[in-house]
Design a protein around this ligand. Structure first.
Ligand SMILES: Nc1ncnc2c1ncn2[C@@H]1O[C@H](COP(=O)(O)OP(=O)(O)OP(=O)(O)O)[C@@H](O)[C@H]1O
Length: 612
């Protein structure tokens, strides 16, 4: 099909775009000029002070002190009821600051806020009538509260309820440029409730593959319902089905599996959303946007279906005299204001407990029917600017927000109720009983959730206690075992010490004995040594004597030998007659020798035997 298009088409389209862009530019310039002119002529501007010094601070301070005393429950925690109303004040914008606006919003505590009136220092008549209004809400956020803080307080409990199969809704209400889209959608760097809710949701069902998440994203523009995820799909129609509530016919339900996927879808849808530059906001939403998230979850044998509706309403804009507007802008503004007006009427009717609630007056109230009048937990965030120039709008927003807090459940009258109505006392008690019942019913899911979490905590604590008990008993057992071992080892130690004492004693005794023995041995050795030396001396003496005697004997033998030789010489040479004399002489000499030394000499065999 695309190939069959004429080649001139792109040129034509570009020229058309250029032309329309030029027209838009001219229109916006004209609008800016007219706004500038009208703001200069505005009587409001003339009466407003330009600087803080122009306002007598004394007047304001005294009023603040007077009303502060009335503050009821400071810093109380958010207790969830049927409709919880929150207020978020944004910081003063650059435009407001340069125009000389004051911060007229004072947040006294987490529940209380004051709205102070200002006037010029020379406006003496008004100065006397300056008012400070006090408002009480479930929670008031200041300009420093982060998106995460706002989400955690307002929507996180709703996400939990949706996961438990309940319906919940959160919507932002306020004048244009007060931060509804900032709170609901935010930016890429600072995501708002819609994105944070998805992140939270997907984190909660991370480990639950059976849970399915589908979403629809629609806008109500000029009382026509459009699908932002299917922009070419035409207008949608609303149907009210028994048991199902208000449904959108032909809406595209997209299933999502991750927060990133949803962010992409939201950005895609927002591109088709109607926005325009207004006096108070450069990118003002000219339509109400509704994001519905359906969560189907399996819990044991039940299938739980919960629905979370997140609504970013278009901002109401005050029409300023002499402000020129294109016819389309006027229609747009009128439709926005009409739908917001019908929202106010519904809130009023619900607060007053009227039988008929005009939900059908606008598409917006039809869509919010469940959130405001059905069995649905709702958070309403009223966004306001602290600018003293927008005092009227801020007061209006805070007034309706405070009224919404008083909404009660409208109940269809049953047969029993009709009987009760006929009894005066019962009928007198009925409203308060109904209120009580409604409150209890509203709190039931939160209480059930609390109970669940308390039961879980209880079981966790019991487990922990039993574990602690187990560890205590095992520790006791171990301690007693150790004690026993210690006692045993100390007994062993005593025995060992006694044995050591005995052994030491024995060692001492043995030492003494050995020393005595040693001294004994030493004395014996000494005695032996002395004896041995004596014996040795005797032996030496004997040997010396023997040597002496031997020497003497050898001398005698020598003498005898000499004598023998002499005798032989005598015999041979001359005197044969002398031989018997000589023999006798020799014998005598022999005898003498035998007397002097008997033993060795007797053994001696004298070689000198006479040869004759
Ligand atoms: N809490 C805040 N902190 C900082 N800036 C904020 C805050 N709230 C809003 N703003 C800024 O104020 C401007 C207007 O905000 P936003 O577009 O959200 O207003 P709006 O109420 O949605 O207006 P409209 O109804 O016209 O769409 C934006 O530039 C936004 O960044």
């Amino acid at each position: 099909m695309a190939a069959e298009r004429p080649r001139t088409a792109p040129r034509l389209r570009r020229s058309t775009v250029m032309q329309s862009a030029r027209v838009v530019k001219e229109k916006s310039e004209a609008r800016r000029a007219s706004t500038r002119a009208s703001s200069k002529q505005s009587p409001l501007r003339k009466t407003r002070p330009r600087t803080a010094n122009a306002v007598p601070k004394k007047t304001i301070v005294s009023i603040k002190e007077e009303v502060k005393v009335k503050s009821k429950s400071p810093n109380s925690r958010v207790e969830w009821g049927r409709i919880n109303v929150f207020v978020r004040g944004r910081p003063l914008s650059k435009t407001e600051l340069t125009a000389g606006a004051f911060d007229s919003l004072e947040i006294a505590d987490k529940n209380t806020t004051f709205l102070h009136e200002f006037c010029a220092s020379d406006d003496y008549l008004r100065m006397k009538r300056l008012k400070t209004r006090q408002y009480q809400f479930d929670h008031v956020f200041n300009m420093f509260d982060t998106q995460r803080c706002v989400y955690d307080t307002t929507t996180a409990p709703l996400v939990e309820s949706v996961l438990n199969g309940q319906n919940a809704s959160c919507f932002c209400y306020g004048a244009t440029g007060t931060g509804k889209t900032h709170t609901m959608l935010g930016s890429v760097d600072d995501p708002g409730i819609m994105v944070l809710a998805f992140q939270n949701l997907f984190k909660s069902i991370e480990e639950d593959p059976d849970t399915s998440v589908t979403l629809t994203y629609v806008e109500i523009y000029n009382e026509a319902l459009k699908d932002l995820l299917n922009p070419n799909g035409g207008d949608l129609c609303l149907r009210e089905l028994p048991g199902k509530g208000v449904t959108m016919n032909g809406v595209k339900e997209v299933s999502a599996s991750s927060a990133e996927e949803v962010v992409n879808l939201l950005h895609k849808g927002n591109k088709h959303r109607k926005t325009e530059s207004t006096r108070c906001n450069r990118t003002s939403s000219r339509s109400h946007a509704l994001l519905q998230i359906k969560v189907v979850r399996k819990d044991e044998n039940r299938t739980l279906t919960g629905k979370l509706s997140l609504v970013d309403l278009a901002g109401s804009e005050r029409t300023i005299a002499n402000e020129k507007k294109s016819s389309s802008r006027s229609v747009e503004g009128a439709n926005i204001n009409k739908s917001l007006l019908s929202l106010s009427s519904c809130i009023r009717a619900l607060v007053e407990g009227k039988k008929h609630i005009p939900f059908r007056n606008s598409k917006l109230t039809q869509m919010l029917k469940d959130s405001l009048g059905g069995m649905c937990q709702t958070a309403m965030i009223a966004t306001v600017t602290p600018s003293s120039f927008s005092l009227g709008e801020t007061a209006n927003t805070l007034h309706w927000a405070e009224r919404a807090k008083m909404i009660k459940l409208p109940g269809a009258r049953t047969k029993h109720e009709r009987i009760i109505k006929s009894h005066p006392l019962a009928s007198a008690m009925l409203p308060s009983l109904r209120e009580d019942k409604a409150e209890k019913e509203n709190r039931a899911p939160v209480r059930a959730k609390k109970l669940q979490s308390l039961q879980k905590k209880h079981s966790d604590l019991t487990n922990k206690l039993s574990k602690i008990g187990n560890t205590r008993s095992s520790r006791k057992r171990l301690e007693s075992q150790k004690q026993e071992e210690l006692e045993k080892s100390s007994a062993k130690l005593g025995l060992a010490e006694a044995r050591i004492g005995e052994l030491e004693h024995e060692v001492k005794r043995l030492k003494k004995e050995s020393e005595a023995q040693k001294s004994d041995f030493e004395s014996q050795i000494e005695a032996l040594r002395v004896k041995h030396e004596e014996e040795l001396a005797v032996q030496l003496k004997e040997k010396d004597e023997l040597i002496q005697s031997l020497l003497a004997s050898s001398n005698k033998i020598e003498t005898l030998h000499t004598a023998t030789q002499c005798a032989a010489v005598c015999k041979s040479t001359a005197n044969q007659a002398m031989t018997p004399v000589f023999k006798a002489y020799m014998d005598e000499k022999m005898r003498e020798c035998g007397k002097e030394n008997s033993s060795p000499i007797t053994r001696l065999e004298l070689p000198m035997t006479p040869r004759h």
